[in-house]
Design a binder for this molecule. Structure first.
Ligand code: COI
Length: 363
C-alpha cells in the first residue's frame, strides 16, 4: 500500500476457529460494553523503509510484542472509536467514519506515529465489519469498532519508532453507562487536570486516558459516574469528561460547549452541534466556567447538561459533585432537548429517518 493508493484492500483470511453461532448469539443477547470481541481484526504493518503493508482481515489473536516495544514504555499509541449500526433492511452502516479517519491521522501526527491514509482507515473498518457481519447486534446495541496504531519497534532510546502496527478490533456493545439512562453524576476535578495548551488533549491517545484514571477513581469514590475536567491553568474552565464532551443548554436557547484546543474534537459533539438548529437551539463553542455552571444550574439559566461520545452517545448529566458542594441540573432528570437530540441521533444512526447530510455510510 502506498499513501496515494485510492483503494486499499484488506483481504479476508477467515479465522480457522470462529465462534459457534449459538455461542455468538448468546453473547449478542447482552454484550455489555467492551467485553465481547468478534472473531477477526483488520491489520496493517508499517516500517520506515516500506511504509504500510501486509493489510488483511484475519483471526483475532493475542499480539506478540517484544518486551522493549516502544508502546510499552513510551505510550506511543493512538486510537479511535466508531460504531456499525444494523439498519431496518438488515444492512449495516457506519456513522461519519471520514471524521474518525481524519482525527486518527491528526492524532498519529501528534504522537509521531505513521499516518494511515483516511481511505485505508475506512477500508479496514468496512472490511472487518463485512467479515464479522454476523456480530452486528440488533438495535439498540451496535458493533463498537476500535482502530488503533501502536509503536512496535523494540528500542529503548526515545525517538519515534520505525515500526508500527495498525489494528481494528470489534466489540458488540450495549450502553457505556448501563442502568444510568436517567442520567449520570460528574465529579468536578479541581485538582487533577487532563490536558494543557500544547499537550495531547486534542489527540485520541491512550496516554490521555491513563492520565485520567486517577481522577476517575476519585470520582467513583465520591459516588460519581465520571469526572469533569477543568483547564490546567486556572482550574476554572470546563474541558471534557473522562470519555465524553460536555454540552449545556441555556434558558435563552444556546447549546454551548467548550471550544476545541485541549479537548477531543468529538464526532458526536460535532453532530449534535449540527443538529442543534433543528431543535431551536443556537450552537455556540465558547468558554464555560465552573462558576457559570454552578450559578446557572441554581438560577435556572442553565436548564440541561449532557455529555456526548461514540460510546456514551448522549448521556444526560443530572448532577455534579465537588469539593465546593453538590448541585443538580434542572429537576435532576433528563431534559427535553437532551432526549430529543438523543432520539434524533439514534434514528439517523439506525436508519430510521432520512439522512439528508449523508452521515450514514453503508459497508
Ligand atoms: C468512545 O466514545 O469511542 C471512546 O473512545 C470512549 C471510550 C474510551 C470508552
Amino acid at each position: 500500500m502506498t499513501t496515494s493508493a485510492a483503494r486499499v484492500d484488506f483481504p479476508h483470511v477467515p479465522s480457522p476457529d470462529p465462534t459457534p453461532a449459538a455461542q455468538r448469539d448468546g453473547l449478542l443477547a447482552d454484550p455489555g460494553f467492551g467485553r465481547v470481541f468478534t472473531d477477526h481484526v483488520a491489520t496493517a504493518t508499517w516500517t520506515a523503509g516500506r511504509g504500510w503493508h501486509d493489510t488483511a482481515v484475519r483471526a483475532a489473536e493475542p499480539l506478540t510484542l517484544h518486551p522493549a516495544a516502544a508502546v510499552l514504555h513510551y505510550a506511543q499509541e493512538v486510537f479511535e472509536g466508531l460504531k456499525a449500526y444494523r439498519q431496518p433492511d438488515g444492512s449495516v452502516a457506519l456513522f461519519r467514519p471520514d471524521l474518525n479517519a481524519a482525527r486518527f491521522a491528526r492524532s498519529a501526527r501528534r504522537l509521531a506515529l505513521p499516518e494511515l491514509p483516511p481511505e485505508a482507515f475506512v477500508a479496514a473498518v468496512s472490511a472487518l465489519v463485512r467479515a464479522d457481519e454476523a456480530w452486528v447486534p440488533e438495535p439498540p446495541a451496535s458493533l463498537y469498532l476500535r482502530p488503533f496504531t501502536v509503536a512496535t519497534e523494540a528500542f529503548l532510546g526515545v525517538r519515534p519508532a520505525e515500526e508500527a502496527r495498525f489494528l481494528v478490533a470489534a466489540s458488540p456493545a450495549g450502553p457505556l453507562f448501563a442502568g444510568r439512562e436517567a442520567g449520570v453524576t460528574l465529579w468536578i476535578s479541581d485538582e487533577l487536570s487532563r490536558a494543557a495548551q500544547g499537550g495531547t488533549g486534542d489527540a485520541k491517545c491512550g496516554g490521555n486516558y491513563a492520565a485520567g484514571l486517577a481522577a476517575q477513581t476519585l470520582a467513583r469514590s465520591h459516588d460519581c459516574d465520571q469526572v469533569l475536567f477543568l483547564d490546567a491553568r486556572e482550574h476554572r474552565w470546563l474541558e471534557e469528561s473522562g470519555t465524553m464532551n460536555v454540552l449545556v443548554v441555556t434558558a435563552d436557547g444556546e447549546l454551548a460547549t467548550p471550544p476545541l484546543g485541549t479537548i477531543l474534537d468529538g464526532v458526536t459533539r460535532r453532530s449534535v452541534l449540527e443538529l442543534a438548529a433543528g431543535h431551536g437551539l443556537t450552537p455556540v463553542e465558547r468558554p464555560i466556567s465552573v462558576e457559570e455552571l454552578r450559578a446557572g444550574c441554581a438560577d435556572g439559566s442553565i436548564t440541561e447538561v449532557f455529555a456526548t461520545g461514540t460510546a456514551a452517545v448522549i448521556s444526560p448529566i443530572v448532577a455534579f459533585r465537588s469539593t465546593a458542594g453538590d448541585f443538580a441540573v434542572g429537576d435532576g432528570t433528563p431534559g427535553p432537548h437532551t432526549r430529543a437530540l438523543h432520539a434524533e441521533l439514534l434514528d439517523v444512526q439506525f436508519g430510521r429517518v432520512p439522512d439528508p447530510r449523508g452521515w450514514r455510510v453503508p459497508v
